[in-house]
Design a protein around this ligand. Structure first.
Ligand SMILES: [Zn+2]
Ligand SMILES: [Zn+2]
Length: 339
């Protein structure tokens, strides 16, 4: 099979590799589309666990072409979307339903096992979800990471209908879909983005107010006041991390909850402990999504409640160009590769 291999930091090479063999109840999935996310950009630069020789890509949709010797043959021929992590199904984390923090099993695509910048990947019933025909491959690919991640973070912060939810990095792949999901769930959304040029897109995505990073926390609090929350937002979904963490924390109302989802610029942040104590704030981490969220996202999209932003598509040979588009910051929504 053809696979775009990360041969060195910032260098992809399309190589021929053997098609993987499904063991036990595993599924062999012919990759139809694979998303490119900020995580992949950091991995490409050598900043994450992926080592040279790895095949990146954890946002995968395709069709099941074979099953392992103990596999359920009813999967054969089915179109599927995959959760980013392929869990073990037997550890304490998996037993408690937290497959996103499982450290057994094949693991995270593009780090622990070869990812979707290739014609085939292995999957299993624990991380595959059937895709209805109304959802195409490109959208199917981004459901778990670009949409499921936001749904998971909204659940981690117990965001509820009627609350004011702040979303940073709101034009990014996770950000814009978190805006759309939060709005669909009945929250009032304040979007934070880097440039004025993206305001209209975000207003069209269900945000009630859009603030630029340069305008800062005072503008967010003013927007929240206009929306009936004079003390600030109830929830912040932090998809960029370091660049906007301080803004998010300052923009929260008493008992506000902040989920850290993205870490685009790995490094330390300052946490104002006095602010946390006096406002009784909560900060939680939120790691991608579980199969439950992927199932729920499929229902939200198939039911017309959430419309994903159409991804921009590149062929496998142009994986570097897809990454360059993500690097540029000009892309709204996701880039997708079709192997
Ligand atoms: Zn991703
Ligand atoms: Zn496990």
């Amino acid at each position: 099979m053809r696979a775009a291999v990360l041969t060195a930091p910032d260098r992809f090479e399309v190589q021929n590799r053997p098609v993987p063999e499904p063991a036990a109840d595993q599924l062999l999935v012919r990759v139809a589309a694979c998303g490119v996310c900020g995580h992949d950009v950091l991995a490409r630069k050598g900043l994450l666990a992926a080592r040279p020789g790895q095949v990146l890509g954890h946002e995968i949709a395709g069709r099941v072409e074979a099953v392992g010797p103990a596999g359920d043959t009813s999967w054969l021929g089915r179109r599927v979307a995959l959760v980013q992590r392929f869990p073990c199904g037997t550890c304490a984390e998996c037993a408690a339903g937290h497959t996103n923090t499982c450290r057994g099993g094949p693991g995270f695509y593009g780090e622990d096992l070869p990812g979707g910048y290739a014609e085939y990947v292995l999957a299993g019933p624990l991380n595959a979800v059937a895709l209805p025909d109304t959802i195409d491959d490109e959208v199917g690919a981004i459901l778990s990471c670009a949409l499921g991640t936001g749904l998971h973070a909204l659940r981690r912060t117990r965001a509820a209908a009627g609350e004011v939810v702040l979303v940073t990095g709101a034009s990014g792949g996770v950000g814009i879909h978190t805006v759309r999901i939060a709005a669909a769930l009945g929250a009032t959304v304040i979007a934070v983005t880097s440039s004025d040029s993206k305001k209209q897109t975000l207003l069209g995505s269900g945000a009630q107010a859009v603030v630029t990073v340069a305008e800062g926390a005072p503008a967010v609090r003013a927007a929240a006041a206009n929306l009936g929350r004079p003390r600030g937002a109830d929830v912040a979904i932090e998809t960029t991390g370091t660049p906007t963490f301080g803004l998010s924390l300052k923009a929260l109302a008493p008992r506000g909850r902040l989920a850290v989802v993205g870490n685009t610029d790995p490094g330390a942040v300052e946490v104002h402990l006095g602010l946390m104590i006096l406002k009784e704030l909560e900060i939680v981490g939120s790691a991608h999504a579980n199969r439950r969220e992927l199932l729920d996202v499929v229902d939200l999209v198939a039911g017309g409640k959430v419309t994903p932003v159409s991804p921009r598509v590149w062929p496998l040979d142009d994986v570097a160009a897809a990454h360059a588009a993500v690097d540029s910051g000009a892309l709204v929504g996701r880039a997708v590769i079709r192997p």
